[in-house]
Write a protein that binds this ligand. Structure first.
Ligand code: ATP
Ligand code: MG
Length: 186
């Protein structure tokens, strides 16, 4: 069955270079083992490219003078800064950014807070960036966050928890696009 998928993908996408695609597929098949279908291999390859996350330093951490310390801590953690911006959100922009939470009781307070002062927005790169960064910043509520994490160090409440971190590869791209054009990435 697996071979059938490989052959068909060769015929459908590259009818004139079927030999090449078969070699390519054999390579991936050898690499991943025989139990994967072509679709699963592609899905796995896409997941492996998840090396980007998006973060914001939230207004209270900025007000408390922790911008520099948080950026230094992010870099110390092995995250490479791909884009960086000192900016602020209007109430409308905060509502759009957090639209996924619009039914939650904290939505209005959160969007008031996020539009209350300057923030830093940044795109970060590291292997397995989403999980690596969420582990590094700690739990949503700073009082539950592991010692030494950014939220434990610089968060002051569940709302003012120092930083945001994307929760999926897809959202990292959407959130990065919310603040940065491709020209602003290094
Ligand atoms: P973030 O998305 O900011 O990285 P998270 O993924 O840990 O945080 P979410 O559930 O996505 O947590 O909540 C988004 C943000 O909403 C939190 O970072 C926090 O600022 C705020 N928030 C979450 N829960 C509450 C709550 N119970 N009361 C007040 N604010 C909250
Ligand atoms: Mg979240």
């Amino acid at each position: 069955m697996t071979e059938f998928y490989f052959k068909m993908s060769g015929y459908i996408f590259f009818p004139s270079s079927q030999n090449k695609i078969q070699h390519w597929c054999s390579f991936w098949q050898a690499f991943y083992g025989n139990s994967f279908t072509f679709a699963q291999i592609i899905k796995k390859s896409i997941k492996m490219t998840g090396n980007i996350t998006f973060t914001m330093i939230k207004p209270k951490a900025m007000e408390n003078g922790n911008m520099g310390k948080i950026i230094a801590k992010i870099i110390e953690g092995g995250f490479k800064v791909k884009a960086l911006k000192l900016t602020s959100l209007t109430k409308e922009q905060a509502m759009e950014f957090y639209a996924v939470h619009k039914e939650r009781p904290f939505y209005n307070g959160l969007t008031d807070f996020m539009s209350s002062g300057p923030i830093v927005a940044a795109i970060l790169e590291k292997d397995n960036a989403i999980k690596a960064y969420r582990d590094y910043i700690g739990a949503t509520n700073p009082s539950d966050a592991e010692e030494g994490t950014i939220r434990a160090l610089y968060g002051t409440s569940i709302e003012a928890n120092a930083v945001h971190g994307s929760d999926s590869d897809e959202n990292a791209q959407i959130e990065a696009g919310f603040f940065f054009s491709k020209r602003e990435w290094v």
